[in-house]
Write a protein that binds this ligand. Structure first.
Ligand SMILES: O=c1ccn([C@H]2C[C@H](O)[C@@H](COP(=O)(O)OP(=O)(O)OP(=O)(O)O)O2)c(=O)[nH]1
Ligand SMILES: [Mg+2]
Length: 152
């Protein structure tokens, strides 16, 4: 069983009445994020349009972790609505509102209502990369081959 990781969260004024994100099933990888758009003003995403959707949440990840904002496959499959910058990156030192950059790749307008689950947030460990410049890199069989170099 995976050890739970405690993450401090605050609900901002415009998200106060929305439930905190939770794992929808026992071993789900992502916490579903809900849209904190006003009840009286749903956000209408025209075909081809994008929008930064508020979640009403701010978090403080422990050092050594990031959060990734990923699409929900159901929205992508049924409506062509996905996360434009997927996976969005939430840095451990970010204290602003978690926002979701959605794009409508579908051919119909998509309406985002308050509380609609629009994306999911996966928390993952990161390294602290320290670049060490060298004159030559260690040789490998692949070398510089890439972008289809092994065939179709
Ligand atoms: O989908 C996203 C992506 C980013 N962020 C917030 C958290 C993240 O820590 C910060 C910066 O994100 P990123 O580094 O991807 O954007 P940038 O264009 O490089 O902006 P910055 O110069 O602020 O780092 O914006 C979100 O709320 N949602
Ligand atoms: Mg950045």
């Amino acid at each position: 069983m995976t050890q739970p990781l405690s993450i401090a969260v605050t609900r901002l004024d415009h998200g106060r009445d929305l439930p905190l994100p939770r794992l929808e099933t026992q071993a789900a990888a992502g916490l579903d994020l809900a849209a904190a758009v006003p009840e009286a003003a749903p956000l209408i995403l025209a075909p081809g349009a994008r929008a930064l959707v508020p979640t009403g949440l701010a978090i403080a990840l422990p050092d050594g972790f990031e959060a990734q904002i990923r699409p929900r496959s159901g929205l992508a499959f049924k409506h062509g609505v996905t996360v434009l910058n997927s996976p969005g990156t939430i840095d451990a030192d970010y204290r602003g509102e978690v926002k979701v950059l959605l794009i409508n790749h579908g051919d119909a307008a998509f309406t985002i209502t308050r509380g609609m689950r629009i994306a999911q947030m996966v928390v993952a460990p990161v390294t602290a990369p320290l670049l060490a410049e060298v004159d030559a890199l260690p040789a490998t069989v692949r070398g510089a081959g890439g972008f289809g170099s092994t065939g179709a």
